[in-house]
Write a protein that binds this ligand. Structure first.
Ligand code: UFG
Length: 353
């Protein structure tokens, strides 16, 4: 599927398109000649992040609303971000996570089938792997053991399996993108990360260095890693957005299902992130060391080869310094302040990623 210069650009439904990764992907769709039609309940996304196409306020659990959105906008493909994402909360409310992340995805697939929409890109996660049977510092290939360590990871894996089964049964064509650590922000300063509450390392480290937040706590310095802190694979959100465009447009036979890691392949430690933030801000990150956080594996680093081979995708902006520079620009931008004040960001801490 490719965008062509016709009078009306091909419409792509972006569920969760008011959220962090969804908004960056909507921008990339617009830049490539598609019309991103955002479907979002604004329970965690921000109205101000929907800038490149219409917004439909709706809940994934409302199949009628999904069907109407697909029909009204003559949607030709779907990128499905909407869902609950907080790993800790998934342990407290597993039923809600299954209802939204799995039940909502069933609704979406049914609506797509009814409307004859045969192409899907699904937001999956490195959380499907857990620690599994791999070595502590081993890069993760897509065929690695799947042993999710949380109900959140369970729902992502279950949704992937259901999508894959529907590809075989009904000829749907789908790519599941397994994100590693999404980070950074669009260099425009118009959109970026604004979770409420914020739990992610880079924004917390920036807030601490700017004096806007509490000192950072490093969760554990006794892991079996080179400097004792956890290794993660940080990938710039604009690279992630580009991966979605590649997954949407790659030629695949009807009925194909592919799962692809989206990571840089480079492991960076928490201490390295703290140093990079200190360099970018020009002030050390006030921090202390606390105990390990429950469920944190020592190392989560992608083997990125499949993305290169299948999608022709490689990260271009995922050096730690570029990620941190763009995250910092966003946190200093007027749009960041406005997004934080958006009541839609504060209503409840559920729903679209
Ligand atoms: N960390 C700290 N202190 C903090 C916050 C984080 O030391 O205050 C550490 C964590 O222990 C971890 C690293 O920084 O080692 C990154 O933590 P994040 O919370 O930024 O990201 P996670 O790796 O925990 O989470 C990411 C995604 C989730 C996804 C998960 C799956 O953000 O959505 O990977 O593995 F579910």
């Amino acid at each position: 599927m490719a965008a062509m210069s016709t009078a009306s650009p091909p419409a792509v439904l972006v569920t969760g398109g008011a959220g962090y990764i969804g908004a960056h992907t909507a921008k990339a769709l617009h830049e490539q000649g598609f019309l991103p039609v955002v479907f979002d309940d604004l329970s965690s996304g921000s109205r101000g992040s929907v800038r490149w196409g219409p917004l439909i306020e709706g809940d994934l659990r409302d199949r009628g609303a999904l069907t109407e959105a697909l029909a009204t906008h003559r949607v030709s493909a779907v990128i499905h971000f909407a869902g609950l994402i907080e790993v800790g909360r998934s342990t407290a409310k597993p039923d809600l996570f299954w209802e939204v992340n799995v039940g909502g995805t069933i609704n979406l697939l049914t609506a797509m089938r009814e409307q004859g929409v045969g192409r899907l890109v699904f937001s999956s996660s490195a959380a499907v792997y857990g620690q599994g049977g791999r070595g502590p510092l081993e890069a993760i290939v897509e065929t690695a053991d799947k042993a999710p360590a949380s109900p959140y990871g369970d729902t992502k894996l279950a949704a992937e399996r259901m999508i894959s089964a529907q590809c075989r049964a009904y000829g749907l064509t789908a790519v599941a993108l397994r994100y590693f650590n999404a980070a950074g922000a669009d260099p425009s300063g118009l959109i970026g990360e604004a979770h409420e509450p914020e739990t992610h390392l880079i924004p917390l480290a920036i807030a601490a260095a700017l004096g806007d937040g509490k000192p950072l706590t490093i969760f554990g310095q006794d892991f079996d890693t080179p400097d004792g802190t956890c290794l993660r694979d940080y990938v710039h959100v604009t690279d992630l957005a580009a991966a979605h465009l590649a997954a949407l447009t790659v030629e695949l036979p009807a009925g194909a299902f592919e799962a692809v890691n989206v990571g840089s392949g480079e492991g960076r430690s928490v201490s390295q992130v703290v140093e990079a933030v200190g360099r970018a801000v020009g002030a050390a990150v006030p921090h202390g060391v606390g105990p390990r956080r429950a469920g944190d594996p020592p190392s989560l680093v992608a083997d990125p080869r499949r993305g290169r081979e299948l999608l022709g995708w490689t990260p271009r902006h995922s050096s730690l310094d570029e990620i941190v520079a763009d995250a910092l620009r966003w946190e200093r931008s007027p749009a960041y302040g406005a997004g934080r004040r958006d009541p839609a960001n504060r209503r409840k801490s559920s729903a679209p990623a």
